[in-house]
Design a protein around this ligand. Structure first.
Ligand code: PEP
Length: 254
């Protein structure tokens, strides 16, 4: 039995005051949730404030990115020691905006994923095809390449403890969601590929989140799919009531 996870990716949104106000409003709404893991990923500047506000609750804080090096001359980058010091237990790795806007490739995703695991934190590794990939019938090949490249060298134990987010690029921030059938088909494919990489038991335990325009209205149908173990939510996670509704809907549907 996989514990569902609902993760909020706030991207480049919310000041410290706004992030704290969200968390203060959100925590009471999910105080009774014991059957799902909830993660908030604020921008770096608000990470310590959100983690501090979550202390004493079951809600965790995540960084949206990290550098794999422990320190040094890397202007603008943030290390794992820094995100851990800020109170993060999870790190989003390889989000499509990092890949497509900032040139992050599978090798960088792999270095980051391995560094996050070595630091004892949980990576949420994002994969997903573009619309052109899908229209060219390349979805499976793209997912395979991202899994093989991004997760190269991981032991079965690692694969079982990471979280993989399938986020079709054409569905992120577009209001266009994959159908539950499309999501299930992709997730089943990802799980088979993970099994080939790390064995069936590890693949079976690995949580696979769907991401791409998840909202309270579509969360139940997506989460009801057998290989969908929760959601990574962007736009609809910016409002505490909306994200709490998604949490509630998904945990009941999974
Ligand atoms: C995301 O940021 O990972 C995402 C899925 O965004 P949205 O929910 O806005 O499509």
């Amino acid at each position: 039995m996989r514990t569902p996870m609902l993760a909020a990716n706030w991207k480049m949104n919310k000041t410290v005051a706004e992030a704290t106000a969200f968390t203060t409003a959100f925590l009471p709404l999910v105080a009774d949730v014991a059957d799902a893991e909830i993660v908030l990923a604020p921008p770096f500047t608000a990470l310590a404030a959100v983690a501090a506000a979550c202390r004493g609750s079951d809600v965790a804080a995540a960084a949206q990115n990290v550098h794999w090096e422990p320190g040094g001359a890397f202007t603008g980058e943030v290390s794992l020691a820094m995100v851990r010091d800020a109170g993060a237990s999870h790190v989003i790795v390889g989000h499509s905006e990092r890949r497509h806007l900032f040139g992050e490739d599978d090798d960088a995703v792999n270095r980051k994923t391995r560094a996050v695991l070595a630091a004892g934190l949980t990576p949420i590794v994002c994969i997903g095809e573009t619309l052109a990939d899908r229209e060219a019938d390349e979805t499976a090949a793209v997912l395979d390449r991202q899994i093989d490249g991004g997760l190269a060298g991981l032991a079965a134990d690692d694969v079982e403890s990471i979280v993989v987010a399938y986020e079709p690029v054409w569905a992120i921030g577009t209001g266009r969601t994959a159908t539950p059938e499309q999501a299930q088909q992709a997730h089943a494919h990802v799980r088979r590929r993970l099994a080939a990489l790390a064995g069936g038991a590890a693949a079976d335990r690995c949580r696979l989140l769907y991401g791409g325009s998840v909202k309270p209205a579509n969360a139940a149908d997506l989460s009801a799919q057998p290989d969908v173990d929760g959601a990574l939510v962007g736009g609809a996670s910016l409002d505490p009531r909306s994200f709490a509704k998604i949490v509630d809907t998904c945990r009941k549907a999974v």
